[in-house]
Design a protein around this ligand. Sequence first.
Ligand code: GLA
Length: 689
Amino acid sequence: MHDSRLWAIDTPNTSYVVAVDEHDRLRGLHWGPKLSPEQALALLDLPASPFRPVVGREPRFDLGAGSAFQYGHNGLQVRFSDGTRDLELVFAEAIEGDGDLTFVFTDRHYPLEVRTRYRSHPGSDVIERTLALRNTGIEPIEVVRADSATWVVPGLDTPRLSQLHGEWGAETQLTRTTIPYGETVIGSRRGITSHQANPWVAIDDGEATETSGPVWSTALAWSGTWRITVEKGPTGSVVVSAGFGHDPIAIRLGGGETLETPIAAGLHTTGGFASAASAWHDYALAHVLPHPDEVRPVLYNSWEATEFDFTAEDQMRLADRAAAMGCELFVMDDGWFGARVNDRAGLGDWTPNPERFPDGLGPLIKHVHGCGMRFGIWVEPEMVNPDSDLYRAHPDWVYHQPHRRRTEARQQLVLNLARPDVADYLHARLDELLSENAIDFVKWDMNRPFTEAGWPDSDDPDRLWFDHTRNLYAILDRLRADHPNLRIESCSSGGGRVDFGILRRTDQVWTSDNTDAVDRIAIQDGFAQVYPARVMGAWVTDSPNPLTRREVPLDFRFHVAMAGVLAVGGDLRIWSDEDQARGAELVADYKRIREAVQLGRRHPLRAGAVTGVQYDRGDRTVVLVWRRARSFGYPDPLLKLHGLDPDARYRDERTGRVHHGAILAAHGLDAGLDPADYASAMIELTRLP
Ligand code: GLA
């Protein structure tokens, strides 16, 4: 196919076909079902289409750059030192590796090399794309936009966009809307991935369902600012361009420097939204997470129980209770260090508070380990309270601008992690903390977005938007390498930093500060569009819920949290003996099903007011089901299960009843819910040999 300058990136079920045209432009010709080489070549014979544009008409380029008459979103934009903006790229070569294809272009006149790299992994339909820009000259080049990927989606009648929007306490809200003409932009300008939008979108033809229809989706593996532009052209064609950075931030690429973009992963699936989600989960487990085969332990976190008001003894009492309930990892949250007895002081001073821990953390850690649990600790390394020793010593270490106020949020400022000296300092402090204490787990928090994001000493201050995240990644990578048993949770006021970039170097995420089980059903459903249950931290907390004041029965709270990485976050000191005992039973239930939940295949279930999830792994099927309220006394509808073998029989481990796969699929399962409000159940089915 190379005489035709056409290449196909094949995955088990899909082909992504690109061609370099007569003007050396890289075009997306096909992203869909798998094609043979002969079929792929036939794409070149197609009549004029969005893929074969005529001048002035919707040019659609896979490398979003390099054409006059391109008036839509341009994924690659640079400004050379003489002010020239247009790129004229000349195709140099295509380098093929194992599952890897790189196109090399150079500018016709200026010293810029552009490499666009595609990578696929065995067993996955995800295609990863990155861009690398190299300044081969001396004068700096300003990079205004460098999207990792510009995906060309085939023509669809009424293309629809699925996205995850939200805010603090209401992350990953799934919404599906018809795509308007023009550009739809989602992203973050906050320095973090953000609660407001998650870097993932899916496109379908407007008719896909949970179980049917083609879906094209993309996710950006980056935890700083980002932008995804979904552009619908006049004839309805859709291009999705994803990259780091935000307007009006530009990167200066010095002579000899290379800029590597993060991965934008693209995925085409058939079989509806649940299949797309499962393919993302499989990708995360096989190719993103550092310890994919591990099941996450049941964690206890002390935050909601104590907030800032505790002693070492309080933590020990909580640990005793958590251990009795079956928790396996005890995490002491905020309030253990420096002068941090409230949120006004101490951030930045990562030594134990001398009044609370006069003998250091050793006695508490010993106690927790003695209870048979691992020990974890909360840190928020990228921050300082102005009332801290660190800030008093280094007031210039925070992002700031001359003649501008330093706006505080939660009485804190953001450290300039882009500065190598600050990054080194933080790494050294954390390394010391981990080396001196037997800490098994870190909850790494980041509680406020950037403001006045300046770096007065730097001649290229915009760099901070990129280097902050890169240095964060580098610190995490070093800590992991030097402390191989350490496991890390990513948190940012709940789910403000959830993406495939952070997941490459962490083990789970804190999904949301909202632990209300009813709200969590929606948050978790959105989360599960992209990210697997294996990383989705879910605590059972007190009732009424501290945030929403909603009263929800214990079983319901547990059953919702059991759909992810179950944890307990309530004030166990005040739980009744009955709740403690029931909690212990439910933790034991979870341990039986967690392998299926965390590593299995997920399918959402909906039948009227009854919702739930099904997880399948091997011969085990687990169903978690919730119903808030019935109407008019009607009986609950049956829940139709998915993906079972119609000819097989399945035993319900609760009742011993044996069901036929065909009946469970066609008619459904009676979850046997209590008729009262807030009914829930966990059902374990075993496929009989
Ligand atoms: C953030 C986190 C919480 C908790 C607090 C502590 O809000 O999301 O879980 O750790 O910080 O200050």
